[in-house]
Design a binder for this molecule. Structure first.
Ligand code: 13P
Ligand code: ZN
Length: 278
């Protein structure tokens, strides 16, 4: 089926108490793996690219590739800009046919974040827009932040109302990249945000969390969970493994990487409760 927007997908997740898995891709093999995982699990799915990935190849290329995979799939697939860092990039992805965008103004002060987010919601039309309030820690793409700045529930409610976003990424103690120690998540804060904010909430930095941590967050109101680092590691490990027996056939080692990404994505879809929801 054609690419779908994330609006219905996330509202269904909110209504039925599960979370849509949102998976970062870098190349065709990873995109194929995620769509195959969604088909196998009968799960709705989001595929996303960061600004860094979009420097490797432009949005038009990733969109065309994922749209072609979605067309052949029997489960809903959405194409999302992850951590969009400028109005121009968000606009470019919208023009390229992305069906969802994130504008991440979390490095700005509160009013600056609202102003940038508002610029994007003003041009997005029917396309859903995710924003971030507070600051998820760690390293994602070229973003490097030491600590996590927790989202304030009252600010979140005001932010959602003033920007018109359709989903909101919250900072409750997760970080991008590999955790050096087990993170402690502020689930009470998440519940407080959920009590004040009606739009679907998004959890970033899920690589390295336990199944129980993800499930606890989903039960407390998270409707979308982002996975990147674990997928990159799985793909790379698969390629290294495949490379040993087939060092000159990109198809042969790409296949091993692809299979590892699919298995991992299937596991997380099940943990998020998305299996069987398509
Ligand atoms: P991880 O790299 O920690 O999985 O985070 C993913 C993410 O939040 C992408 O936006
Ligand atoms: Zn993120």
């Amino acid at each position: 089926m054609p690419l779908v927007t994330t609006q219905e997908m996330l509202l269904d997740a909110q209504k039925r108490g599960y979370a849509v898995g949102a998976f970062n891709i870098e190349n065709m093999e990873m995109a194929q793996a995620i769509v195959a995982a969604a088909e196998a699990q009968r799960a709705p799915v989001m595929i996303q690219t960061t600004p860094g990935t979009l420097k490797y190849a432009p949005p038009e290329v990733y969109q065309a590739m994922v749209a072609a995979l979605a067309e052949k799939a029997s489960v809903p697939v959405a194409m999302h800009l992850d951590h969009g860092d400028s109005f121009d990039l968000a606009q470019r992805c919208l023009k390229a046919g992305y069906t969802s965008v994130m504008i991440d103004g979390s490095r700005l002060d509160y009013e600056g974040n609202i102003a940038l987010t508002r610029q994007v919601t003003d041009i997005a039309g029917e396309i859903p827009v995710e924003a971030e309030l507070g600051k998820v820690g760690g390293k994602e793409d070229t973003l490097q932040d030491e600590g996590c700045l927790y989202t304030d529930p009252d600010e979140a409610a005001e932010f959602a109302a003033r920007t018109g976003v359709t989903s909101l990424a919250v900072a409750i103690g997760t970080a991008h990249g590999v955790y050096k120690e087990k993170p402690r998540l502020d689930v009470e804060r998440l519940k407080a945000i959920r009590a004040k904010v009606e739009i679907p909430l998004v959890l970033h930095g899920a690589s390295g969390l336990s199944h129980e941590q993800v499930q606890e967050c989903v039960a407390a109101g998270i409707c979308k969970v982002n996975f990147a680092t674990e997928l990159r590691i799985a793909y790379t490990e698969g390629v290294k493994e495949g490379f040993e027996s087939s060092p000159i056939d990109p198809k042969a080692y790409g296949k091993v990487g692809r299979a590892k990404v699919q298995a991992l994505a299937e596991k997380w879809m099940a943990v998020c409760g998305a299996s069987g929801k398509a």
